[in-house]
Design a protein around this ligand. Structure first.
Ligand code: ADP
Ligand code: TZD
Length: 577
């Protein structure tokens, strides 16, 4: 039933007022009907009343300082809940600010819908210079899974139904829904309005693989001498944790988790090959990718990083992902849950067993690598000024006491080193820069994790990375969210010791006391100069359960240019430093 406004239209006489509704009410009703519980956004013309009405109707509205952050929050909400996160933006500039997050969501295969108000079509389309004029539908199209515009209030329900289904069915992604101000303000008969809305039936249907495709994959894996599984964030998204674990453990195949798949099985699982990654890639002869693309993050599957004779099995909901980089010998097109279920069933009883010599080879290499690393970790633990690895070991220890905490992570060194140092015990508890390696997701992802789950969040941020969404620390404080932001502050992008060839600071230089920032908004601010102080303040902040920020003073000479992807920088003639 629509939240109708009863008004006397004068048409039917004073005795029989007709119930009316409008575009704004219909948007809110359609969202509620489809189970939307939270909207992330920034208000202004023409959507302020939409946010007010949503809040009054029981939808939680989280108001941000910048639309990119609201958008990133919606994307993370989509990843965590398998329901499209909703981001609400104003016309033109607000829309464009949000679009970067919508594009990032599409790249990461997270379901999200950006609903944006827009200016008057008859003015925009003739380029007459309207307030915040822009053809937003055309602008959005290249960056999203789909873009739709609603021209009549009676199509709002249809538009939202299309947007929601498109965002979560098949390969999830970002969908843009344009609703011009005139449509939001269009008044219509309440009954007609209510009849125009519907609730989606089975919006993300299961997609089962063909039995022959499953058998083909089983045959390859069963015949492998050195099989390997690679679990990606699509596997984490699928929420098929028990089936994945059953397949891994019943076959004994070693696995590598991509960063956001960490915790699908606990990182200290005996079959994890994380600490023998290079050897695993170089030697595996049959590799099964589960919700992971063979993109740059996996060296495109190319030699010499990979065994040139490796055969690939790929589990993915998008058939077009197959063969994108390497020939896929056994494509398994379907949702991860359905495919893993079929693999578990059809490989019984014990048709696949990873050969012991291969497992032993990886275990031996892991032990060697861990021993090599332990010297570096030990040295970092006592180094002064504090190193990245000194602070990170302290964070690791505190997180081990809090395995239910969500970890958000971005930066270059701050990302690489935290990913390798901090083990995850629980699925979908790590959110990071993802497929684009984008900076700026930090506070949006952290806010969504706290809002959607109620759980504590630790955001581990490079100082440059944090700055992209730093103003949202006010949002964290305003909503009193249990988020502890730990800034690994080495005073620069990558590092803080670049000399400048001019009177200006070097291009990589930064300078900030982030702990003072949060104090301005009423949160707890700490500065930590030793690993002990990092551990003590993090423990205290987590126990307090409110907004906090720990500025960790890191040696400006610690850090590598571009972290572990320095090889992607163009190599021309050398530049003065
Ligand atoms: P990572 O960066 O962790 O390696 P990617 O983002 O590259 O992971 O890959 C995720 C893949 O998972 C995408 O190709 C996407 O189509 C796929 N995917 C997403 N959801 C599902 C699902 N429910 N079932 C199967 N595949 C999925
Ligand atoms: N802008 C955006 C949106 N994304 C990016 N990835 C970059 C710029 C370039 N960039 C990186 O790839 S990492 C990084 C930038 C600016 C910041 C690295 O510095 P940091 O981390 O302080 O966050 P470390 O730990 O000091 O390396």
């Amino acid at each position: 039933m629509t939240d109708a406004v009863v008004q006397d239209t004068g048409v039917e006489g004073a005795d029989q007022p007709a119930a009316l509704t409008d575009g704004i009410h219909l948007v809110v009703d359609a969202l509620k009907l489809n189970g939307v519980e939270t909207i992330y956004g920034v208000v202004g013309i023409p959507i302020t009343d939409l946010a007010r009405l949503a809040q009054a109707s029981g939808i939680r509205y989280i108001g941000f300082r910048h639309e990119s952050d609201a958008g990133h929050a919606a994307a993370a909400a989509g990843f965590l809940t398998q329901k499209p996160g909703i981001c609400l933006t104003v016309s033109a500039p607000g829309f464009l600010n949000g679009l970067v997050a919508l594009a990032n969501a599409t790249t990461n295969c997270f379901p999200m819908v950006q609903i944006s108000g827009s200016s008057e079509r008859h003015l925009v389309d003739l380029q007459r210079g309207d307030y915040e004029e822009m053809d937003q539908l055309a602008a959005a199209k290249p960056f999203v899974k789909a873009a739709y515009r609603v021209h009549r209030a009676e199509d709002i329900g249809r538009g939202l139904a299309r947007a929601i289904r498109t965002a979560i069915s098949g390969r999830p992604g970002g969908v843009y829904l344009d609703i011009p101000a005139a449509v939001l303000g269009e008044v219509l008969d309440a009954e007609k309005g209510a009849a125009s809305l519907w609730r989606l039936v089975d919006p993300a249907p299961r997609q089962l693989p063909q039995p022959e495709a499953v058998d083909r994959a089983i045959e390859l894996l069963a015949g492998a001498e050195r099989p390997l599984l690679v679990l990606g964030k699509g596997a984490a998204y699928a929420q098929a944790d028990d089936l994945i674990r059953e397949f891994v453990e019943s076959t004994g195949i070693p696995y590598l988790p991509m960063s956001m798949a960490k915790g699908l099985l606990p990182d200290d699982h005996p079959q994890s090959a994380s600490t023998a990654r290079s050897l695993a890639l170089r030697r595996a002869d049959v590799v099964m990718l589960v919700g992971a693309r063979l993109n740059w993050l996996l060296g495109h599957g190319d030699a010499p990083q990979w065994n040139p004779d490796a055969k690939f099995v790929q589990v993915d909901i998008a058939a077009t992902e197959m063969d994108s980089n390497q020939p896929i010998a056994a494509p398994l097109v379907g949702d991860v849950g359905s495919v893993m279920e079929a693999l578990v069933e059809r490989s019984k009883p014990g048709r696949i067993t990873a050969p012991a010599p291969w497992r032993e080879e990886l275990t031996a290499r892991s032990a060697q690598n861990v021993a090599k690393m332990s010297g570096r970790l030990k040295a970092a633990a006592t180094a002064h000024p504090m190193k990245f690895l000194g602070a990170l070991q302290a964070i690791r220890d505190v997180l081990q006491e809090n395995p239910g905490a969500y970890v958000v992570n971005e930066g270059a060194n701050a990302l690489d080193l935290a990913r390798n140092t901090i083990g995850m015990q629980v699925p979908r508890h790590r959110l990071d820069s993802g497929t684009w390696g984008v900076m700026g997701i930090g506070m949006g992802y952290a806010i969504a994790a706290a809002v959607e789950t109620g759980g504590p969040v630790v955001a581990i941020e490079g100082d440059s990375a944090f700055g992209f969404s730093g103003m949202e620390i006010e949002t964290v404080c305003r909503y009193n969210l249990p988020i502890v932001t730990v800034v690994l502050n080495n005073s620069g992008v990558y590092r803080g010791d670049d000399a400048s060839p001019s009177d200006d600071p070097a291009p990589t230089a930064l300078k900030a006391r982030h702990d003072l920032m949060i104090k301005a908004f009423g949160g707890a601010g700490y500065q930590a100069t030793t690993p002990d102080e990092v551990a003590t303040t993090l423990r205290e902040a987590l126990a307090a359960g409110g907004p906090a920020l720990i500025d960790c003073v890191i040696d400006p000479t610690d850090g590598t240019e571009s972290g572990n992807i320095a090889h992607l920088n163009p190599k021309g003639i050398s530049v003065p430093r």
